[in-house]
Design a protein around this ligand. Sequence first.
Ligand code: BGP
Length: 479
Amino acid sequence: MTNKIAEDFLWGGAIAAHQAEGSWNIDGRGPSIADVMTAGGNGIARKITKGVLDGEYYPNHEAIDFYHHYKEDIKLFKELGLKCLRTSISWSRIFPKGIEEEPNEAGLLYYDRLFDELLENGIEPVITLSHFEMPYYIYEEFGGFANKEVIPLFVKFAKCVFERYKDKVTYWMTFNEINNQADGQEPLHVWTNSAMIIEDEDKKEELVFQAGINELIASAAAVIEGKKINPQFQIGCMMAYVPVYPYSCNPEDMMASVKANERRFFYNDIHARGKIPTYATKYWERKNYQIDISEQELAILKEGTVDYIGFSYYMSGTISTLEDVEGWQTEDIPNAKIVKNPYISVSDWGWPIDEVGLRYVLNTVYQRYDLPLFIVENGFGAYDKLTEENTVHDNYRIEYLSKHIEQMKKAIIEDGVPVIGYTPWGIIDIVSFGSGEMEKRYGMIYVDKDNEGNGTLQRLKKESFYWYQKVIETNGEDI
Ligand code: BGP
């Protein structure tokens, strides 16, 4: 009976190409949809503009110049004791428009060097194929994943990098937060792993479901191809999981929470079980949505199931159908609204802080899929303040992470949930996805750059750097 974390537990950190690399147009890289989302300002969701295509340069476009700083940063990751680093391959570095027959060798070479540097420093690359980084050309010419012609483009990209890095990368994920369909602004867009303009607001949800199904077919096809290239690959899906609790024991609240969680599970249900759940087909029937999926595509979903469930966990949500409870309307669940959880506090960005929720998610997801889990994002975004001694006393971040690791340990040791690893989000300060700015910092390494792009890009160790170093050294004993 073990009461310890496994010795081979992958303590790591996570970043993403478009939030760290910069060099958006260097060495043949084409523009991606992430490059045309510009800073929203003060935590407001990023704006959809032409961004770099119109010469609108924002700090997020050069990020923290990881493209040129990666050797220096990996030295810091090694000092931290990381066993793995999660990052993504920028799809448009490899296929600038997505449609080329041959890949861009300079792009492939960059990731060869990055993975070699990581491996030479004893750090395992954990790679996301697309972290909201579809080539912009695919959006413009095809309208994103709503168009089935994009499926083979993604599979071609996946096969290319699986083949190229088959001896350097074991852990892969296909789409980051495949269930995160972020709304853009006017004209109405959906922007995350796919991107499309919604001509008819009434058709939006049907289009989002169609794009999601096509992404899942592409993802499952990639899993099938990946296993042919290297049967040792461990290929996971990745979902944003914000569990939704019932506000009261009123059975209607419980049912509303079941329906809300279905929305979050939909993509992973398909990717882990290989079939479309009845709650989805029934919903499409009621709404008269015509979702186009062939018998052959259903067979791909069935064959291309994943080896593990990757997920991001930041917070939990609460839902109620009670009349006298304040809240705001939520997705298609009659009389239900998302409400404030009176038992927990929130971050500066209003994200509920709920460490017990992580143990809840680990148990719930494991029992649902009976597959190993990988916590590939968890973190505390905050306004960090650099001191005169050039550090940050981020005890608030240490407290958040420590409490979440404590709950993860309970899930592993007391509940027997198999967890592959833990890669806190933004191991180094990077650009916020939501706001496109630097002020929402997650890192244990500070980067001297502000929202306006001023700064030396100097890297500095925060207090949490030394704390996490000890956590890893003691394999999670001393948190
Ligand atoms: C997730 C994304 C990450 C990361 C995280 C934090 O949805 O997968 O890319 O950005 O959100 O979000 P933010 O940076 O907006 O705080």
